[in-house]
Design a protein around this ligand. Structure first.
Ligand code: NCD
Ligand code: ZN
Length: 348
């Protein structure tokens, strides 16, 4: 019997949707990016207050870079009326990668978000001209026969509409959760892609009904939807790549009797969770495409740009997810806390 360890080179993986927060929580979360086997991240701007000017984004980036010097940070602005075509020109010049659009009220720190897309057409046009990425939180706000269960489905015509109006604009349907969303992305041209999280490859409605730790937006849907996500992620189609949507909240905000905070925390084990699913599906050969190549291609940031940085190897050895990270008021419970995963990561 061979005792040789199974080792799979993954290059310099990306997590193209992360929430790193601010203040003390940022200091706890940001250093865990490396533990989760990730080299490059795309950082969401839903801070308090939201990131709506170029200088604020650059200052935030500098803080993150200090906390995790080995990580490459791609930055975004928060779509609001302040994000004019002039701001887009400045942002592109300053090296900011994209703009995140949150429909008003659908998720954590989205109260300042968008309620109608038309007013932003000049901004989208400018983004198309400056080669910036539009990141869509793809849900309609609840109301009029819309609930968390069909909020993404109802949003899909908006995706198709924006794509046909701005065919050269690179658009990402973030954290897609349903078969309908996968099909909608497949129906669009090559400028439209989708991120898929780790937790949506594990969870369904039953996982969060009654368990606030698994509650996030968009909510996990039916088993058939989860199957469609696993198929898309493991398909080798470059339209689908990894964005964890790791969204840490202190346990006190998760365990509120009323209004539990939305978000699942996966950053410290990001690649390990995804490897578990790909392994179970017999598709480990497709993992590097999903976590490294396709996202980097879409963001036009090849591994060669990260010269001198270490690479990740996936190693067949158990990882036990910690019970919690942080302490006291800032205790955060990671996804699948205390459970064992089959893979670990090494940097070399
Ligand atoms: C995110 C957060 O907590 O910032 N929450 C979540 O449930 N995913 C916001 C988001 O991406 O929707
Ligand atoms: Zn998010």
């Amino acid at each position: 019997m061979s005792t040789e360890q199974i080792r799979i080179p993954l290059g310099k993986p990306g997590d193209f949707h992360v929430h790193l927060r601010q203040g003390d929580l940022m200091k706890i979360v940001t250093p865990t990016i490396t533990q989760g086997g990730v080299s490059i991240v795309y950082v969401m701007p839903n801070l308090v207050p939201p990131l709506i000017d170029v200088d604020a984004v650059l200052a935030y980036k500098a803080q993150l870079q200090e906390l995790s010097p080995e990580t490459t940070f791609l930055m975004s602005l928060y779509l609001r009326p302040e994000i004019t075509p002039e701001v887009i020109a400045q942002a592109a010049k300053a090296g900011i990668t994209g703009v995140k659009c949150y429909p008003a009220g659908v998720t954590t720190n989205s109260a300042a978000g968008v309620s109608s897309y038309e007013p932003y057409y000049p901004t989208f046009k400018a983004m198309e001209e400056h080669n910036m990425v539009l990141n869509l939180h793809g849900e309609c706000p609840s109301g009029d026969d819309i609930t968390v269960l069909n909020a993404e489905h109802k949003f899909l015509p908006t995706l198709a509409g924006l794509h046909s109006r701005f065919p050269k604009l690179r658009i990402i349907l973030e954290h897609c959760t349903s078969k309908a969303a996968v099909d909608a992305v497949l129906a669009c041209g090559p400028t439209v892609a989708a991120t898929i999280t780790a937790h949506h490859l594990f969870l369904t409605v039953d996982s969060w009904g009654g368990n606030a730790l698994n509650f996030c937006k968009p909510v996990a849907k039916l088993p058939s939807d989860r199957t469609a996500l696993i198929e898309a992620a493991t398909s080798g189609n470059p339209k689908f790549f990894f964005g964890s949507d790791s969204a840490p909240h202190p346990v006190s905000a998760k365990r509120k009797e009323l209004g539990a905070a939305a978000g699942v925390f996966t950053q410290p084990y990001a690649i390990q969770y995804v490897a578990e699913i790909f392994d179970n599906a017999g598709k480990l050969d497709k993992l590097k495409g999903f976590v490294t190549d396709f996202g980097r291609d879409f963001y036009q940031t090849s591994e060669d740009k990260d010269v001198g940085k270490k690479s990740v190897t996936l190693v067949k050895a158990d990882t036990v997810v910690s019970e919690s990270i942080g302490a006291e008021d800032l205790t955060v419970i990671p996804f699948l806390a205390s459970q064992s995963l089959k893979w670990t990561v090494e940097w070399e």
